[in-house]
Design a protein around this ligand. Structure first.
Ligand code: FES
Ligand code: FE2
Length: 413
């Protein structure tokens, strides 16, 4: 995909969104129907599903991409199986590790006992040791990994790729970075939350009075947004130029209106500043080109021009109307004292100002969104580009059909 195809600047770009032209109302059963974005999320990727400390002696039920999974831990090792006994369907998550050290989980109903590694039934406890066990007496087993204090699951139609293939660098290199993970559950489809995390110019409006930004500059609006594929082909970088921090609207008055909480007047720096693509430390020292990026499967990174911090937001689809929002605060390591200060800073300030209050401003909105109609506009350049990129570039098994074409592409033929 060429950069030009994903570049949305000014009026010309606004005319290019593939789903609908600006000003044209679009009514459908669901606005995502024509996008090719699957309702339950992209399979064949790793997703964070549970804080590792929450899985102890008892098995735990989780849901990912609509699939019920039981996680259990035996002598430190974690296993993941389909949470439905092959016998008569009882929930394995109500069962127990009756034989510690064997890596097995026993169903609470009649004692079918499954190997965590393969999902094969190795014993039917109520039928005696000599009972035959056919090969089909098994449940699906899932690849699972523990990393950064989080359990990651791979639900797919192909062999799992290494977890590191799906992680941004700042979550791979634990020698150079440390991360603090948090999570929230959202009552919305993953696609609504995913759209919220693109560069869609909601931030200068929705978060204008967020306490976290009291010491930050005003986020600019009316920017010209450009999207460019990342070098590794796994996502898009956003660049915003020419934003303004105030304007006059004929017949209305100034924006922000007097009395509105646009009281921040700091010089542009920190999170509110667009990165200088030539002089920022992130660029010159670390080769980071974008402050704001989206990556497959549904991951957003927002960094600092210093290149020493990224907020990584991982959107994990649970079912068609529930989504897990996993957030990693990733800090570049600068010695033990610096790591301690990062953690103190997060606990004392960012944990509640950002991960709680700031994010709740989004949560309230995305949970109120109805997806039966939309009218894409100039501020949605990033949304349109990211939706399209995901559909065209999502990982598929080698024998899977090609990416579905988008409705607007078909209409154009
Ligand atoms: S339902 Fe699980 S052993 Fe019978
Ligand atoms: Fe937001």
């Amino acid at each position: 995909m060429s950069e030009e195809a994903l570049t949305g600047t000014g009026e010309a770009a606004a005319a290019r969104p593939p789903q609908a032209a600006p000003g044209a109302a679009r009514v459908a059963a669901n606005v995502y129907d024509g996008t090719g974005l699957p309702v339950l999320g992209f399979r064949n990727y790793w997703y964070p599903v549970l804080a590792a400390w929450r899985l102890r002696r008892r098995p735990k039920a989780v849901k990912l991409l609509g699939e019920d999974v039981v996680l259990f831990r035996d002598q430190g090792k974690v296993f993941a199986l389909k949470d439905q006994c092959a016998h008569r369907g009882a929930r394995l998550s109500r069962g127990k590790c009756l034989y510690p050290g064997t890596g097995t989980l026993t169903c609470p109903y009649h004692g079918w006992t499954y190997a965590g590694e393969t999902g094969r039934c190795v014993a039917k406890l109520m039928e005696g040791p000599a009972t035959p066990i056919p090969p089909e007496a098994r449940v699906r087993s899932y690849p699972v990994r523990e990393h950064l204090g989080v359990l990651w699951l791979f639900v797919g139609d192909m062999d799992a790729v290494p977890l590191e293939d799906d992680l941004p660098d700042c979550l791979v290199d634990t020698g150079a970075w440390h991360a603090i993970p948090t999570w929230r559950t959202y009552r919305c489809n993953w696609r609504v939350l995913n759209d919220n995390l693109c560069y869609d110019l909601h931030a200068p409006f929705v978060h204008r009075n967020s306490p976290e930004l009291v010491l930050q500059p005003i986020f600019p609006f009316a920017s010209r947004v450009t999207t460019t594929p990342l070098e590794d082909g796994k996502g898009l970088g956003y660049t915003a130029r020419d934003g303004i921090t105030s304007a006059d609207y004929p017949g209305l008055g100034p924006f922000p209106p007097p009395g509105e909480a646009f009281w921040r007047r700091m010089k542009p720096k920190g999170r509110g500043k667009e990165m200088d693509t030539e002089r920022a430390t992130a660029v010159t020292r670390y080769g980071i080109k974008y402050r704001h990026m989206s990556r497959l499967p549904a991951v957003t990174l927002v960094g600092r021009p210093s290149g020493d911090y990224f907020m990584v937001r991982w959107v994990t689809p649970i079912d068609d109307e529930t989504t897990l929002f996993y957030s990693f605060n990733a800090y570049r390591r600068g010695g033990p004292l610096r790591t301690l200060l990062d953690r103190i800073g997060w606990t004392a300030w960012q944990s509640w100002t950002h991960d709680w209050i700031f994010s709740d401003q989004d949560k309230m909105l995305v949970e109120s969104v109805r997806s039966d109609a939309e009218q894409l506009s100039r501020s949605d350049v990033g949304v349109v580009a990211w939706r399209r990129f995901m559909v065209e570039n999502a990982r598929r098994p080698a024998d899977a059909p090609a990416a579905p074409r988008q409705a607007a592409d078909r209409a154009a033929e």
